[in-house]
Every structure is written in C-alpha cells, then in structure tokens.
Design a protein around this ligand. Sequence first.
Ligand code: FA5
Length: 326
Amino acid sequence: MLAELDTIEGEALQALADASDSPAIEAWRIEWLGTKGRLKGLMGRMKDVEPGDRPAFGQRVNALKQSLNAAFEQRQAASSKAASGPPMDVTEPGEPMGLGRRHIISRTIAEILEVFARMGFEPATGPEVEDEWHNFTALNVPEDHPARAPIDNFYLEGGGMLRSQTSTVQIRVLEQTPPPVRIVAAGRVYRPDTHDATHYSMFHQVEGLYVDRGVTLVDLKATLLGFAHAYFGEAAEVRMRPSYFPFTEPSAEVDMKMRIKDRWQWVELGGCGMVDPNVLTAVGVDPEEFTGFAFGLGVERIAMRKYGIADIRWLYENDARFLRQF
Ligand code: FA5
C-alpha cells in the first residue's frame, strides 16, 4: 500500500507537469486536491490498511498532500508569471519624456525685458482688444489718416479693434500714472498684412516710453545703444534714419548693426522718436514741463536676426523639429 503511494505521487506530479495552461492546472487541482479529489479518496482507504500500518500510512498520505500542494503552488506561480510577460528589468534606461520648452519668441521677450529692466524700465501691459482712442486718436493719428483704413486693421463688429501697435500702452500708462514714467511693454499686435518671409498678421512689439523733465534725443539714442550692446554685443551699433510717425516729433527708424553669419549688417528693427506734444496733452501731461521719448521694436525681427531664422512663418507653424533647435 505504501509503495502504491509512491507510484501515485509520481503519476500526480507528471500530470501537473503536463498541464499546459491555467485551466489545465486548475483541473489538476480539482482532480487531486479537491474536496472530492483523489487525495481525499486515499484517506478513505485507511480502513483497508492493517491497524499496525495505519500510523505510517497516515503520515505518508500527509506527506503526499504537502508535496502535491507545494508542487501546485509552484506551478501556478510560474504560469501566471509567464502570462504577464517577461520580468521587468529596472536597470534598463527609460524612454525619454521629451520635455517642453519656452517658445523662442517668449524667450526673446523675456530677454529683452530683462535688458531694459537693468536700465530702469518697468514692465507694463495693455489689452490686445483696444478702442480707436488708444490705438489712434490719443496717439495724434488724424481721423482721415491712411493708417486707420479698414484694409490695414482688424476692426471688430460692434466697435473696437485688435491693436495694431503697442504704442497703445504709452497712452494706457500715461492716463494712469503721472510722470516721471519709464516703462517697457511687450505684446501681440495684429495687422492684416499678407504673410511672407518677414510679415505676419500677428506679431510682437516691444514698446519703450520715458517721460520726465529734460528727456532728450540723446537719452533715446543712449538707451537704444545700451540695449544693442547688451543684447547683440559690445560691437553692435545703432543708427537712426529720419522718418515719420504721428505720435513722435522728430521721428526715426531704428537700425542696429549686428553680426549675422560673420558679416556685420544694418537691420531695421522699429521706430522711435520724441513724444509729440499733442500726445502728452491728450493724456493731461503738460508738454511745457515734460518731454519724453518712445520706441517700438519688432520682436520677431530681433529673434530672426539673433538666431538666423530666414522666414517669420516658421515661428508659427508649430513644427517641433524647428522649435526644438532653440
Ligand atoms: C510702429 O508700429 C510704431 N508704433 C513704432 C514706434 C513706437 C514709433 C514708438 C515711434 C515711437 P512700424 O509700423 O514701423 O511702427 O512697426 C514697427 C516694427 O514692427 C517694424 O520695424 C517691424 O520690425 C515690425 N513689424 C511691422 N509689421 C510687421 C509684420 N507684419 N510682421 C512682423 N513684424 C512687423
């Protein structure tokens, strides 16, 4: 009888080894270890064993039970591991997350504001949806001036417009703050210009305004030169060419000489001038007492020059391969 138990154990372990998947392993468990299983049946045969052999028989059946239970647990664990794929290798390098970064225009604006902050210019802001008073009238732009033409501006249904220049912030600030004021304002402006390599219908400007007693054209030039040196390097130069803006008198175009691919070139960046007395009067500042200068620079043009970007449209196509370079 005891020898028979050895054979039974061998048979059971072989059947378990042959069980190829979870349902087969479970079927094996029911057949051998279940409440009506073959192991239970063996216990029932105790009465057929000679009374003297019964303790030994009982012990052997218990040992068999333990052995089959252990074999079952081991087989089950191995099978569920196989089902959940290969074990994870925690030493393997992970997939890079692809961190985002600031857009080149946001970074350029932050850098420009930082340079002007060091020269004492405080940051200011104004709304992108404006009224004609702030965008034109207070800036001394006559009612019949071509700059107001509907074809050159985004007028909104029901009144108002998208601002076409950050010079609106000059008015916003002077309405609120009596001089002296020294501010710099960066933000989006909108013009229905046809898109090409240097024009976009939404772009950014940086506006500077300094109004105080005794501000002169020399201060304006020194400020622009200070910016050019800090931003483009000590060898950069500034040139002012006579021009016309309704809100400055005299007015000038600002060019900066900078190094582009080993060649020094003059690049037009924006406009500037001495604040027109009519503008100061419109916001209740006495032009006999105060004078001021203002400038407005195109941010995209600055970034394009600094980073050698040939086409403004690339800045707004959201092609990560392009943006990732900066
Ligand atoms: C102005 O907008 C004036 N407000 C600047 C100013 C401010 C003059 C304060 C005097 C005092 P202008 O229209 O020239 O000026 O635009 C200034 C700069 O914006 C241009 O030199 C150019 O760098 C940039 N710019 C103009 N139009 C576009 C466009 N469609 N796309 C990209 N940049 C543009």
